[in-house]
Design a protein around this ligand. Structure first.
Ligand code: SF4
Ligand code: SF4
Length: 470
């Protein structure tokens, strides 16, 4: 197999065998469901229900605010118990709607109704996607309808269904390709209706030969869709790396994929597009992987958005060993979790629980200048110099070294023999630069406002003086 790839990257232990053969099971829970108003990039949604309201599954409970935002849809029927900040995976509280499920899961009327989507106009498709509250389900959470509205539909020549799932241990996308591949093909056909010059590419890492064979079979006879095998290498599924591997084009952090004629959506997002457009079904569920060597029964579960990770873990039998490390997401880019009672959201992908914390268990030693991090960085950065600038508090130096191009992929930390916490340092430095930019922008706005007031005052004084001279 001649698999496409990008420059740099690494090949961490895959760990997928723990759950890759676990068919998706539906797991439903009683009790409270928590719906954060910001499950996406952009402005948080605004709660549009009040405490005491009775809601149905499929009902909008959070209204998108502004262009880059997304509606939040209830996945259960029940009573709104609270509208208040609740703890999230990030460790930060965030405004949320808490619904006490009545256990009936009654939906608003019309959900599940089949549509003649082939006759839909572009506006119909985009509206269905927007109303369904769909955001990227592969991690970033970018509002999908915004992605489907590039400046020029004709300029898009690649629509990529991201099935690479390069994060170790994660298998939910693999299971979706194996079990719901037809929906991916139909969803891709819907997306291609928006972009007349685009070809659809289902991109899959070559460590999933069964998914490649299955999707290839499903795409037989589809003139505009092909399946492309990618080399198994982390972070092959990163948007920039994927675009490069499939099209040979590069984007940086200040560009959108559409700037190089590409749109990328995760396979789960494409299924959500299909369900919204063809089955009048908003985004209410998420397939996640619950895995790791401490988990009793590593599994792929379909859960209602708003469910707690704690319930999902109990559903698969809880832990069989004492856990030393709990990660929300995959081990490369996921976030350490200290409280399992946080909700599954639209971009959630996995819960990984391990009996060892290799990072904490082995000491960090000084840099030996081996340059492994430099060779592995998929963004062609120089991590040792960036670390020096960041730890010296030299944010300008960090920016000058293109530190803001870092996608926090974790590759440099993974390959570093000295176990330097490179990615954590870059994460912190990037946050500080973004805060600095925010403060500078606010100061600039304030300065401009003061200048405007001063100029208006001067103008008024001049007019008054002229008036007096008359
Ligand atoms: S975390 Fe940043 S610096 Fe490290 S390999 Fe990834 S992109 Fe490069
Ligand atoms: S991989 Fe680690 S030890 Fe090697 S140059 Fe990079 S930071 Fe230094």
């Amino acid at each position: 197999m001649n698999s496409a790839t990008f420059k740099g990257g690494t090949h961490p232990f895959e760990g997928k065998s723990l759950s890759e053969n676990s068919e998706i099971r539906f797991a439903e829970f009683s009790g409270d469901y928590v719906f954060p108003m910001s499950q996406h990039i952009g402005a948080p949604a605004k709660p549009c229900v009040n405490v005491g309201d009775h809601v149905l599954a499929g009902q909008k409970i959070g209204e998108a605010q502004g262009f880059i935002s997304a509606d939040v849809i209830s996945s259960v029927s029940g009573t709104v118990k609270k509208v208040e900040p609740r703890m999230q995976v990030s460790g930060q509280p965030q405004m949320s709607v808490v619904i006490e499920s009545d256990g009936k899961f009654e939906t608003v009327s019309g959900i599940g109704e089949m549509n003649d989507w082939q006759s839909f106009s572009k506006d119909d498709i985009r509206k269905a996607v927007k109303d369904a509250g769909i955001t990227g389900m592969g991690g970033a959470g970018f509002p999908t309808y915004v992605k489907l509205m590039p400046k020029d539909d004709e300029a898009i020549d690649y629509f990529i269904a991201n099935g690479s799932e390069c994060e170790p241990y994660l298998t939910s996308d693999y299971r979706l390709m194996m079990e719901e591949g037809e929906k991916i093909v139909a969803g891709l056909k819907i997306c291609l209706m928006l972009f007349p010059n685009a070809k659809g590419v289902v991109a899959i890492e070559d460590n999933k030969p069964k998914a490649i064979a299955h999707m290839t079979e499903l795409c037989k006879g589809e003139q505009r869709i092909e399946v492309r095998a990618l080399k198994t290498k982390y972070p092959e599924g990163g948007e920039r790396q994927l675009i490069n591997a499939v099209t040979g084009r590069y984007i940086n952090s200040s560009m959108l994929p559409a700037d190089v004629g590409a749109i990328v959506d995760n396979v789960a997002t494409i299924i959500a597009i299909y369900e919204a457009v063809a089955l009048s079904t908003p985004l209410m569920e998420k397939v996640i992987t619950i895995t790791g060597d401490a988990v009793a029964e590593p599994s792929n579960l379909r859960v209602r958005i708003g469910s707690s990770y704690k319930d999902a873990l109990l559903f698969v039998g809880g832990l069989k060993k004492e856990a030393k490390k709990v990660i929300c997401g995959g081990p490369m880019m996921g976030q350490a979790l200290f409280d399992l009672d946080v909700p599954v959201t639209k971009p959630s992908s996995a819960l990984c629980v391990f009996e060892h914390d290799e990072v904490a268990e082995k000491p960090t030693t000084p840099c030996i200048r081996c340059a492994r991090c430099v060779n592995a960085c998929p963004e062609f950065l120089v991590p040792p110099m960036m670390v020096k600038a960041a730890t010296n508090g030299d944010l300008e130096g960090f920016e000058a070294l293109n530190g803001m191009e870092c996608m926090e992929c974790g590759t440099c930390s993974y390959v570093c023999p000295a176990r330097r916490p490179l990615t954590q340092i870059f994460k912190q430095a990037r946050k500080m630069v973004m805060n600095k930019r925010r403060v500078e922008a606010a100061e600039k706005r304030q300065r401009e406002e003061l200048e405007r007031i001063a100029s208006e005052a001067a103008e008024a004084a001049r007019a008054a003086a002229l008036e007096r001279l008359k």
